[in-house]
Design a binder for this molecule. Structure first.
Ligand code: PEP
Ligand code: MG
Length: 577
């Protein structure tokens, strides 16, 4: 890919989702819609040859991807592509397609689409996870072959082998998980907000990102030089040499600032008036622990276990999960690790569960709702967690709790599994704390009721804000309503912290708001005990808290909670603290 030149530099504004500066060539991630039309053909021999050519092209492409995946991601991930290759060579699938072309004199696209649909339906209706996965394989492979038949380019991020900035309409969390940090220097998307999961992952992977731009796909061609400024939420397309120089300087300044914060890596987090709070990190994989320790995290405040279930074709086994949890607990060397049970749904899909599409996935069958129904899956996770508990300081929390009854059900399943394991003679840690996420307004309002039953709360503001203001966290059109400092949110947060303290329990926050520099003084004043954030935000937050006095802020809390608008809160905090 060569760098293309254009005369004009364009600046596109979006939401800075992950700090840092990236300068590299654009790589567009295309995911076009494939439209299949039925056509009659006269030369069926040529049509079959067209099908065969598309099959061959797909095979050689898959071979390359498989090798690349093996080198970069390991044998596990490479196996997915091996399964795809097998589908392409399966006469049970391919012969009926050829028969259809010859017998009905129809075009290859149509024959392939029709035959594949029959197989997909048959496999999907089987009551067997393995067979259901075959449906997903056939769907993926069919798409690839159809794209070749239609002459459409479908880009593949795992094929990237030079430094790029990814340009995409959207990135799913599993797309993000597959990005190779060595080559992907930054990314920018049309849709998404600061708290969409791809943005959260970008922060933990330290990949600068700007999301919600609405127009990068429209404006940026493949190969153009692009600067992603995740600090100020800007994308600069085709910058002049001077601009590149200025951004290189900005990147160096940011690095210097980070080096300054890094001096606090082994310090406790103490305010100017000697009040200690815990600064913990949010992680998605055991590999993320390295970043937590390098950034001086005092614990893991949220381990999003769902990433263990993603980017694969089947549920992780109890043994696999046990190994991951044990690894995290051991690497954290006795520091607290709050593991959240599976929170799938919303923008985090598991295709192999084959759940029907929903009108409102964020309000639908997700997280604890799904776990209480799909209990085998839930129990497997709980067993793995309980077994791992002796390797460190484990705390377990349940996501998306809306009612006290849900918490009781989840906890009693946990206790049942604990008893079973103990009967089997398995060692389990004493006194594992069991808490919940407060991310649904009903649980914040009823925090006093929950506080009697839980060991701790962790406030999930990413969801709490979207549900309180009824503003989809993924939708940049309503991002103006996504207001962390809205008095409604601040009042709910206060209710949760006060309710916890009244019962002698602790309250943390693992939503992105916990690492937000405007929110931090308010949260300190409200008495939040634990702040859990992207590891890369910890040192900056520690530096900020060292200059704040909790007692001084407490005097203003009533006034802040009586302010009518976000703007008032922001300008007050900026001026006062
Ligand atoms: C939250 O909702 O604030 C949270 C931490 O959970 P997630 O972002 O994974 O939904
Ligand atoms: Mg949430």
């Amino acid at each position: 890919m060569s760098i293309k030149t254009m005369d004009i530099t364009k600046i596109i504004t979006g939401i800075g989702a992950s700090e840092g500066i990236a300068i590299a060539k654009a790589f567009r991630l295309e995911n076009p819609e494939l439209i299949i039309e039925k056509k009659s053909v006269t030369d069926v021999v040529q049509e079959v040859a067209r099908l065969e050519a598309a099959l061959e092209k797909s095979k050689s492409e898959l071979e390359t991807i498989k090798e690349h995946a093996r080198k970069e991601l390991g044998d596990d991930k490479a196996e997915i592509f091996e399964a795809h290759l097998l589908v392409l060579s399966d006469p049970e699938l391919i012969n009926p397609i050829k028969d259809k072309i010859t017998g009905e004199k129809v075009n290859a696209e149509y024959a392939l689409d029709e035959v594949a649909a029959i197989f997909i339906n048959v496999f999907e209706s089987m009551d067997n996870e393995y067979m259901k996965e075959r449906a997903a394989d056939i769907r993926d492979v069919t798409k690839r072959v159809l794209a070749h038949l239609l002459g459409i380019n479908v880009s593949n991020p795992s094929m990237i082998s030079e430094e790029v900035v990814i340009i995409a309409e959207d990135l799913t969390p599993s797309d993000t998980a597959q990005l190779n940090r060595k080559f992907v220097k930054g990314f920018t998307t049309d849709i998404g907000g600061r708290t969409s999961h791809s943005a959260i992952m970008a922060r933990s992977m330290e990949i600068p990102a700007v999301v919600g731009t609405k127009k990068v796909m429209e404006e940026i061609e493949n190969g153009l030089l692009v600067i992603v400024d995740g600090l100020d939420g800007q994308v600069i397309v085709n910058p002049s040499e001077e601009t590149v120089k200025a951004y290189k300087k900005k990147a160096t300044e940011y690095a210097t600032q980070k080096a300054e914060w890094a001096k606090l890596v082994n310090e406790k987090t103490v305010s100017a008036d000697e009040h200690h709070v815990e600064l913990a990190a949010n992680i998605g994989t055991p590999e993320d622990v390295k970043g937590v320790l390098e950034n001086g995290g005092e614990g893991v405040g949220l381990y999003r276990t769902e990433f263990l279930y993603m980017g694969r074709e089947e549920l992780p086994t109890e043994e696999e999960q046990f190994t991951s949890y044990k690894t995290v607990l051991e690497r954290m060397e006795g520091k607290p690790v709050v593991v959240r049970t599976l929170d799938i749904g919303g923008d985090k899909e598991l295709t192999y569960l084959n759940l029907p599409k929903e009108m409102n996935p964020f309000l639908g069958f997700r997280a604890i709702r799904l776990c209480l129904e799909m209990q085998d899956m839930f129990r497997t996770q709980l067993r793995a967690l309980l077994r791992a508990s002796i390797y460190g300081n484990l705390k377990i929390m349940f996501p998306m709790i809306a009612t006290v009854d849900e918490f009781r059900q989840a906890k009693s399943i946990l206790l049942e599994e604990k008893t079973k394991l103990q009967e089997e003679g398995v060692d389990i840690a004493e006194n594992i704390e069991v808490g919940m996420m407060v991310e649904i307004p009903s649980s914040a309002v009823n925090a006093d009721l929950f506080a009697k039953e839980v060991d701790f709360f962790s406030i999930g503001t990413n969801d709490l804000i979207q549900y309180t203001l009824a503003a989809d966290r993924m939708n940049e059109r309503v991002s103006y309503l996504y207001q962390p400092y809205n008095p409604a949110i601040l009042r709910l947060v206060k209710m949760v912290i006060d309710a916890a303290h009244k019962e002698g329990k602790w309250a943390g926050m693992c939503g992105e708001m916990a690492g937000d520099e405007i929110a931090i003084p308010i949260l300190l004043g409200l008495g939040l005990d634990e702040f859990s954030m992207s590891a890369t935000s910890i040192l900056k937050a520690r530096s900020q808290i060292r200059h704040l006095s909790k007692e001084a802020i407490e005097q203003y809390i009533e006034a802040i909670l009586s302010m009518s608008t976000t703007e008032e809160v922001v300008s007050f905090v900026k001026k006062q603290f």
